[in-house]
Structures are given as structure tokens and as C-alpha cells.
Write a protein that binds this ligand. Structure first.
Ligand SMILES: NC(=O)c1ccc[n+]([C@@H]2O[C@H](COP(=O)([O-])OP(=O)(O)OC[C@H]3O[C@@H](n4cnc5c(N)ncnc54)[C@H](OP(=O)(O)O)[C@@H]3O)[C@@H](O)[C@H]2O)c1
Length: 377
């Protein structure tokens, strides 16, 4: 029988209490909540997603936590997900949002072996664009407090850490090119490559982002609105770059392939320049790719975080420790400089996505979900 550890109590109760659960022992969890739901498949987030205001608060299963979200992360792939590109067989309606930081407000019996009510957690699980999300305990990690900086770890930090560790072959003196370097995941690729004693080049779209990249140790920021990336690479790095952490796709991918050194490696992290198009793809000069790779004994390899589950937990723990020790800058962009100000509330996820696709963010975009004034937790 499925049993629950209710909010505000260590007592374990039978699932037969489930229909009363939300009132149980004054747990103060409301019956209804707001969440974002994909109601039609489209890479246009505003067209695809609807704010639902009267949804039942879900119940955690035996191995689950019910997390009250306080900060949720916006990812470039939120629009791939809302377009149904992760699972072409998916049917609407479905929940959206990949990650968050919040407090455990209820949990299942098995989950109570490691967690208690009130514990702050960071997690990666579907459906984070909601006031409350059911999170499998194995997809969460305890954090010291509910801080927006911890949202940078579950998707962005782990992507940079695991991909560079598994595929990067980084070592002292190598030259690493990071594209979209000042964004959510790029900022970690820059810092981790610097920690491996590499020379790091980072592309971005503004002087403000260049200054940020300098501040986190990037040796050669390239603001592509002020300098031509291909020209800079040819002139300043005639031997080529050893490793590329490539997130942009299209013309940027082509430039990066051309800049590869002999035995260079390009890791395909994403192709954000194509995500808003109907196909989701940014066209590249694929016809000449085999010849270019052969001539340099170079390689292009894809990386998708979901295929590295076995490395994931250790990566999260390692990054959270670095973050807590002040060993890693975990830059967040809460939208304070955006036209309508800070991203507060689920309705602001829409403009946070727009803000990302206008290339405005420095660091990871985070939306704050303030708690209701009546909350006792
Ligand atoms: N493979 C995986 O498992 C995995 C996991 C997480 C993320 N990713 C990928 O990592 C990349 C970055 O994702 P993120 O969530 O961390 O986003 P982000 O870097 O915080 O934001 C995206 C950045 O890309 C640039 N950009 C935005 N729209 C663009 C467009 N239309 N054309 C060209 N550049 C554009 C902007 O930087 P500038 O204006 O400075 O160029 C923007 O700041 C994406 O490709 C994403 O899919 C992959």
C-alpha cells in the first residue's frame, strides 16, 4: 500500500487519507494551484503553453517529494519540449519546465528515508513551471537553502560538467571555444575549462556579456556584434582550437568546424539558432563536413544529458559543493534589466523565454515564484 509522510509531521499515513491529504494536520497545502501546460504543439512558447489557474495539487507517490517551487529555471529547450520534439508521440496537454529549487512540503514513505518536510532541494524533473511539482526523490538533491543560484546546477551545470569530462579530453594548455558562453550552460563550460588550465575563447552578443566572461576567467571573449568570429579565430588562433563546446548551430557551427585544430573535437551541445524554426534545425554546411573532419582527423560528437544518468548524481553533488564553497560563479539572470522588470510569477515565464531568444540574458534565466502571504511553511 502506498503511504505518505504528511507535511508538518513525521507520522506516516495510509493512502486512504489521500483525499483528505491536503488538509491533513494543517499542512497548509492548498487544493488548487497554478501551472503552465502545453495545450498545443509549437516552438512558439506563447502559442503552445497556457497558464492554468485551477489545477489540483498533485500527490507524491512512495518514492516522491512534493516540492513547493520557489525558483524555476528557463532553458533554451523549453520550446523544443513544447513543440513535442523530445518525444514525437507526446499528446497535449502536458506539463512543462525542467527544473527548480524549493521546499519539500510532503513526501512518500520511501522518500522519507532521505528527506524531511521543510528540506530545501534542487531538482531536474518535468513540470517545474508550477506552484507545486511531484519530484522523484532520486531526481532531487538537498541544498542548504532556497537560493536561485542552485537552479543553475540541475541542467546547465551538469551539461557542461559531464560533457566536458566525458567527451572534452581537456588538459593543460588546450584551446577551448565556447559558444553562447555567457548563458546558462556556457558560463560553466568556460569556468570548468579554465579550471582544467585551458585557454578559453567565448562568443557572446554584447559588451556587457564580454565583461562578464572576462570576470569568470575567459581569456578571449568575442562579441560577435562587434567582431567577426571567423576572422578572430583565423588571425589569433592559426593552429586552430582543440575543443569546441557548441550550442548555437548554423553559421556558428560552420565557423567552429573550420576553426578546429588537427585532432580537434567539437561537442554538439545544441543549436539554439534553429529552435524557433518549424524544423528546429539550423542549416549547416553538412556536405563538406566529412572532408573537413578527415583532413584534420577531427571529430564532431553529440551530447544529450538524459543519456548520462549514471554520471548525473555525482555531477550534481560535485557542482553543488563547488557552488557552496564559492569555487564556481553561478550567475543567474532574474530579469531585473528586462523591459518589465524581474521575472516574478508563472506568467513571467513567457517573457523570460522571449528574453532568452532576444539574446539578452547573462547567466541562467531564473523565474521567482513568490509564496502566498497565507503560507505557514
Ligand atoms: N545537450 C544537452 O543535454 C543540453 C542541456 C542543456 C542545454 N543545452 C543547450 O545549451 C544551449 C544553451 O542553453 P541554455 O538553456 O543554457 O540557454 P542560454 O545559454 O542561457 O541562452 C541561450 C543563449 O543563446 C544565444 N541565442 C539565443 N537565441 C539565439 C538565436 N536565435 N540565435 C543564436 N543565438 C541565440 C544567446 O546568447 P548570445 O546572445 O550571447 O549569443 C542566449 O543568451 C542550447 O543550445 C541548449 O539546447 C543542451
Amino acid at each position: 500500500m502506498l503511504r505518505l509522510a504528511p507535511a508538518g509531521a513525521r507520522t506516516i499515513v495510509d493512502m486512504s487519507y489521500a483525499r483528505h491529504f491536503l488538509d491533513f494536520q494543517g499542512s497548509n497545502i492548498p487544493r488548487a494551484m497554478q501551472k503552465l501546460v502545453a495545450t498545443r504543439l509549437s516552438p512558439n512558447f506563447r502559442e503552445a503553453v497556457t497558464l492554468c489557474r485551477d489545477c489540483p495539487v498533485p500527490l507524491p507517490g512512495d518514492g516522491d517529494l512534493l516540492v513547493r517551487n520557489r525558483f524555476v529555471g528557463v532553458n533554451a529547450s523549453d520550446i523544443n519540449y513544447s513543440a513535442g520534439r523530445y518525444d514525437p508521440s507526446v499528446k497535449t496537454p502536458f506539463d512543462v519546465g525542467f527544473e527548480g529549487v524549493g521546499e519539500v512540503v510532503a513526501l512518500g514513505l520511501s522518500a522519507s528515508a532521505r528527506y524531511t518536510v521543510g528540506q530545501a532541494v534542487a531538482y531536474m524533473a518535468p513540470g517545474s513551471f508550477a506552484e507545486y511539482t511531484v519530484v522523484p526523490a532520486r531526481a532531487a538533491a538537498p541544498v542548504a537553502s532556497v537560493k536561485p543560484e542552485y537552479v543553475t546546477v540541475p541542467v546547465s551545470g551538469t551539461t557542461a560538467y559531464i560533457s566536458l569530462k566525458e567527451l572534452g579530453g581537456l588538459s593543460e594548455g588546450k584551446t577551448v571555444l565556447v559558444t553562447a558562453a555567457a548563458g546558462g550552460t556556457g558560463q560553466f563550460a568556460v569556468q570548468l575549462a579554465k579550471k582544467a588550465k585551458c585557454h578559453v575563447i567565448g562568443t557572446c552578443s554584447s559588451g556587457k556579456k564580454s565583461a562578464f566572461l572576462k570576470s569568470i576567467g575567459c581569456d578571449r571573449p568575442i562579441n560577435y556584434n562587434a567582431e567577426h568570429v571567423g576572422t578572430v579565430l583565423k588571425q589569433e588562433y592559426p593552429e586552430g582550437v582543440d575543443v569546441v563546446y557548441e550550442s548555437v548551430g548554423g553559421a556558428m557551427f560552420d565557423l567552429a568546424v573550420d576553426a578546429l585544430a588537427t585532432k580537434g573535437r567539437l561537442i554538439v551541445i545544441g543549436f539554439v539558432s534553429g529552435y524557433q524554426t518549424p524544423t528546429g534545425l539550423a542549416p549547416v554546411r553538412a556536405g563538406t563536413l566529412p572532408a573537413k573532419l578527415l583532413k584534420k582527423s577531427a571529430s564532431v560528437q553529440g551530447f544529450f544529458l538524459n543519456h548520462y544518468r549514471s554520471e548525473y548524481q555525482a555531477a550534481v553533488e560535485h557542482l553543488l559543493q563547488m557552488c557552496a564553497d564559492g569555487d564556481l560563479v553561478c550567475e543567474v539572470d532574474l530579469g531585473d534589466l528586462s523591459a518589465e522588470g524581474r521575472f516574478i510569477g508563472l506568467e513571467s515565464v513567457f517573457r523570460a523565454v522571449d528574453y532568452m531568444y532576444m539574446g539578452k540574458n547573462t547567466g541562467k534565466i531564473v523565474v521567482e515564484l513568490p509564496h502566498s502571504v497565507n503560507s505557514k511553511l
